[in-house]
Design a protein. Structure first.
Length: 148
C-alpha cells in the first residue's frame, strides 16, 4: 500500500487512539463514552498491524482525554498509543500503561467487600497484572476484571 493512502480520514485537532487490540476496540469506545460526544468519531477495526496482527483505531475530533479517562483504558487495552493532533500534525504521542493504583474503574470480585455494599469507589493496587483490593485484599487477574 502506498504510504500516502489513508485508510481513515485525517483529523485537524483531536486524539487518535492507535494500536488497540481489534477485539477491544468497541470496549475502548464504550469506556470513553464516545457515544455521548457531539464531535465526529471514527472507529475502525481489523486493520493490519505488524505489532498486533490486527488492530483497531479510533479518531476523535476536538477531544483531548484526561488522565483519568486514559487510566480507564489501561485496564482493557494497555500499550495502546494516543496521538494528540493539532493542525493535522501529531504534536505528542503517549503510550498508555497501567498505573500502580486504579480507583473507581474495576469492580471487586469479593461480594463481601465494602465497595460492593456501600456507596464508595473501588481502589486497587496493581502489580504484575494482579489487582489487589485496598479494602479486602482480594486479588484478581487484570485480564478477567469486571468494570464498574
Amino acid at each position: 500500500m502506498n504510504k500516502n493512502e489513508m485508510l481513515v480520514a485525517a483529523i485537524k485537532n483531536g486524539t487518535v487512539i492507535d494500536h488497540i487490540p481489534s477485539d477491544k476496540t468497541y470496549q475502548v469506545a464504550q469506556l470513553l463514552r464516545l457515544q455521548e460526544l457531539q464531535t465526529p468519531v471514527t472507529i475502525g477495526y481489523n486493520f493490519l498491524s505488524k505489532k498486533l496482527g490486527k488492530k483497531g483505531i479510533i479518531k476523535v475530533e476536538d477531544k483531548f482525554f484526561t488522565d483519568e479517562e486514559i487510566s480507564r483504558l489501561s485496564v482493557v487495552a494497555p500499550n495502546i498509543v494516543l496521538n494528540i493532533i493539532r493542525d493535522f500534525e501529531v504534536i505528542e504521542k503517549k503510550t498508555v500503561t497501567t498505573p500502580d493504583e486504579i480507583k473507581g474503574i474495576v469492580k471487586c470480585n469479593n461480594p463481601k467487600c465494602i465497595t460492593n455494599n456501600e456507596p464508595m469507589k473501588t481502589h486497587f493496587h496493581v502489580s504484575n497484572g494482579i489487582l489487589t483490593c485496598h479494602y479486602c485484599e482480594k486479588e484478581q487477574d487484570i485480564n478477567k476484571v469486571e468494570l464498574c
